[in-house]
Design a protein around this ligand. Sequence first.
Ligand SMILES: Nc1ncnc2c1ncn2[C@@H]1O[C@H](COP(=O)(O)OP(=O)(O)OP(=O)(O)O)[C@@H](O)[C@H]1O
Length: 243
Amino acid sequence: MLRLEHITVSYDRKIRAVDDISLEVGQGEFVGIIGSSGSGKSSVLKSINLLVKPIKGKIYIDDVDIMSLKNSQLRAVRREIGFVFQDYNLIDRSSVLDNVLVGRLGYKSSFHSMLGIFTDEDYKRAEKALIQVGLSEKIFERSDQLSGGQKQRVAIAKTLCQSPKIILADEPVASLDVSTSQNIMDYFKTINEKKNITILINLHDVNLAKKYCNRIIALKRGKLLFDGKAGEFKDEFFKEIYE
Ligand SMILES: Nc1ncnc2c1ncn2[C@@H]1O[C@H](COP(=O)(O)OP(=O)(O)OP(=O)(O)O)[C@@H](O)[C@H]1O
C-alpha cells in the first residue's frame, strides 16, 4: 500500500537527511523506525505525507504517485494519513471533543471548517474514537488539564476520527514515562490489529520497537541499515546503529 522509491531528503542541499531509501509497507503492517538522533527518522516519516518534500525519489500510496498530485487530490490522500506528534499537537484551551473533531476537518469545505460546522455523524465518530482510547469520561474537559498520556490518547482519537488508512507517529512516547509509554503502545497495537490500519512509528527505545512492532527499520545517517522482522533484530545491529 505504501512504496518509497529512492527517497532523498535534504534541507540545505548539502547534507542528506535521508539518503536514497527504498521500501515497501503492506496494509496492516506495524513498523517501528529506529536510529540515533539525527539519523533521519522524522524526515522519512514526514516525507510520506509530504510535510517534507523529497528532492529525489517517488512515493506511492495504493499505487498513486502522490508527488504528482494536484493540491485538491493531495488533500484527499492526506486526510487518510494520520500523524501523531511527540508533543501531542492539541489546542490547549479547547475541549477534548473539539480537539478530536479536528480530525474531521479534512472532510469539510473550507467554509464549513471556518465556521466549525460538524454533523451528527462527525460527533458520533469523535465519541467512538474517544471510547476506543478509553477517554469518553473526559470528553468535555479542557485538553490542557490532562496528563501527557491522556493528551497522547486524545491525539490518537483525533487521528482515528480521520478514518485513516495509515498512521504515522513521530516519537509519540518520547515525553512519557515507561508505564505510560507501554500503555500508549498498547493502544497503537490494538488499533493496528483490530482496524488493520498500517502504522509506522518512530521510536528511540529499541526494546519497545521489538516488543510491539512486527517489522523494524533501522536508519543510520539517512541510510537504511536494517529492514526485517522484529525478532531478527540482533544486538550486533544495535551496536552498529548506536555506536
Ligand atoms: N527543518 C530542518 N532544517 C534543517 N535541517 C534539518 C531539519 N530537520 C532535520 N534536519 C536535519 O536532518 C537530519 C535528520 O534529522 P531528523 O529529524 O529526520 O532525524 P531523527 O532521526 O528524527 O532525529 P531525532 O531522533 O533527534 O528527532 C539531521 O541532521 C537534522 O539536523
